[in-house]
Design a protein around this ligand. Structure first.
Ligand SMILES: [Zn+2]
Length: 316
C-alpha cells in the first residue's frame, strides 16, 4: 500500500507540499569511466554550479525535483545531498534502481537478482550508500526496441521492489520505444499501471501509442522541451494538446532531463533548468492550453503519481 507522503532527501513531505514538480532531472553524477571516454558531455560534477542552476529553477517557481540518476549511471548521493543542502527551498527526491542494460557493466548484469532487489529495498527503507537518505522512486528501463533479457531482468527487479515497498516506478525508455511493453510487463508482475511513469515518451511523439498507454492508467513523461536535436517543440505542444483534448492530460508528467553540462547555463550551456517554467509553459498558454491543464501537468498529476492518491478514492 503506497504511503500518502513522499520521501525526499530531507524527509517525508505531504502531497500538498510538493507544489510544482519536475519529474526527471539529474543534479550530480559520476558517469561510468568508459562512457565518459566515449562522451565527455556526461559530467555533471560541480556542486556549486549544480546548486546555482537549481536556484534558477526555484526562482522560476519550481518546488520539487526528482533526481533520476540510477545506480548504473553513477549515482553519487553524498554530492547530491550537498547540492540539495545549498538550495533548501527545493524538495529533492532520490531514486534507486537501474537505467538500462547498456549502462550496466558486466558485473551488474551478472549480479544475483535477489541481491539487487534487496539492495534497492535497503535504499528505500534504510538509506543509500551508508547515508540515512532514503530513495523515494524505483527506476527500471530497457533499450532501443528491445525487451529481452537483460532488459527484463531490470524490469523484474523494479516490479519486485515496487510491490514490496509501494514506491512508484519511473522507467527509462530508449527514444520512447517499448513503453507499452514495459507497462504490460510490470502489470504482469503485479504492478498497477497507476504506479508507473515512462520517461522520454516525447522522443517518440506518437499519439496512438501514447493514448493506448495512458488508457491503461500509466503516466507518460515528456522531458524534451527545448532539445531541438530531438525535434521542434511544436511537436510536443501539438501532442500535449491532442492528449488533453482526448481527456488524457491527467496522465502526463513534465520534466526536462537535462543531464549534461551542455544543457545548463551554470556550466556554460543551455537551455537551462528553468526552460520549462520560463519558456515552455508560457508557450503552452500562448498556444491555447488552459491554466487548469497546465496546473495538472505541473502540480496535480505528479502529486497523484508520487503519493498514489488514486488509491484514496478506491480504498478510503
Ligand atoms: Zn534522465
Amino acid at each position: 500500500m503506497p504511503s500518502r507522503t513522499v520521501t525526499t532527501i530531507s524527509g517525508e513531505i505531504s502531497g500538498e507540499a510538493l507544489g510544482v514538480v519536475d519529474y526527471h532531472e539529474h543534479l550530480y553524477f559520476d558517469a561510468p569511466s568508459w562512457l565518459l571516454r566515449e562522451d565527455r558531455d556526461f559530467k555533471l560534477d560541480n556542486v556549486d554550479s549544480s546548486a546555482e542552476e537549481l536556484r534558477f529553477w526555484s526562482a522560476a517557481g519550481g518546488n520539487t525535483i526528482v533526481e533520476m540518476t540510477a545506480i548504473d549511471f553513477g549515482r553519487n548521493i553524498r554530492e547530491v545531498i550537498r547540492v540539495a543542502q545549498q538550495v533548501p527551498e527545493v524538495n529533492v527526491i532520490a531514486i534507486t534502481g537501474y537505467n538500462k542494460p547498456y549502462f550496466c557493466d558486466r558485473a551488474i548484469l551478472l549480479q544475483d537478482e535477489q541481491e539487487m532487489v534487496d539492495g534497492c529495498i535497503r535504499d528505500i527503507q534504510v538509506g543509500i550508500d551508508g547515508t540515512d537518505v532514503r530513495a523515494g522512486i524505483m527506476k527500471g528501463g530497457s533499450g532501443y526496441n528491445t525487451f529481452q533479457e537483460p532488459d527484463q531482468k531490470l524490469m523484474r527487479i523494479a516490479a519486485k521492489v515496487q510491490v514490496q515497498t509501494g514506491v512508484p516506478v519511473i522507467t527509462h525508455t530508449e527514444a520512447g520505444t517499448m513503453g507499452f511493453e514495459q507497462v504490460t510487463f510490470l502489470a504482469d508482475h503485479s504492478v498497477s499501471p497507476d504506479r508507473v511513469c515512462l520517461s522520454h515518451m516525447d522522443r517518440n511523439p506518437d499519439f496512438w501509442e501514447h493514448k493506448r498507454i495512458a488508457e491503461m492508467g500509466a503516466f507518460l513523461g515528456y522531458d524534451c522541451p527545448g532539445k531541438a536535436k530531438y525535434g521542434p517543440d511544436q511537436l510536443r505542444v501539438d501532442l500535449l494538446k491532442r492528449m488533453i483534448e482526448a481527456g488524457l492530460g491527467g496522465q502526463i508528467l513534465i520534466g526536462n532531463d537535462l543531464g549534461r553540462p551542455s544543457y545548463w547555463r551554470s556550466y556554460g550551456g543551455g537551455p537551462g533548468l528553468d526552460f520549462v517554467l520560463t519558456r515552455f509553459v508560457p508557450r503552452l498558454r500562448d498556444e491555447g492550453v488552459s491554466e487548469e491543464a497546465i496546473r495538472d501537468l505541473l502540480v496535480n498529476n505528479p502529486r497523484r503519481f508520487l503519493t498514489g492518491a488514486w488509491q484514496e478514492t478506491e480504498c478510503p
